[in-house]
Design a protein. Sequence first.
Lengths: 114, 111
Amino acid sequence: NAGVTQTPKFQVLKTGQSMTLQCAQDMNHEYMSWYRQDPGMGLRLIHYSVGAGITDQGEVPNGYNVSRSTTEDFPLRLLSAAPSQTSVYFCASSLGRSNTGELFFGEGSRLTVL
Amino acid sequence: DAKTTQPPSMDCAEGRAANLPCNHSTISGNEYVYWYRQIHSQGPQYIIHGLKNNETNEMASLIITEDRKSSTLILPHATLRDTAVYYCIVRAYTGFQKLVFGTGTRLLVSP
């Protein structure tokens, strides 16, 4: 099993450009989420999903959109990138209602907005 | 979710036990204590969790005080590969895992 796969690993954008960070998991997990991590700080929740077709906002949702059309995929869209969105982005998944609390994280996507 | 307090950094000699403390004095009765770690810039990795009993797995042991206001993560024989940032998190067991990551403890294991 690949676990949680994020693409791309690195990306440089110009202010105002749009892009999508991809996240896929092959563990049939119900829950998926996106976090961002800025230098010297802990992770902050952006958006999350408790199942296909269901999404909700986390702590820092502004500037980001998500959708969950399948169980496996949970893409994060930046509609108009800003320098403040320079960060490392982590996607995570977990079993769901019957879970033990264990989150599985991807390796991260490092985004720089100029 | 209850807040946690951890020391910003700790040192440990290779082969010795690393004891990482965490205070969670406002923890509720239905909240569990979870530990994750983040090695370098990788995604966080789950280590262990518990409610009120001590727990042990292949990676570590978790000791929770009787009043549940604090806990200690123990790495029994630290190796250089255990150098990482360790996060202590408390959350209820039900619903989505809206984990609140603080700044954690940076553990440096030296030869």
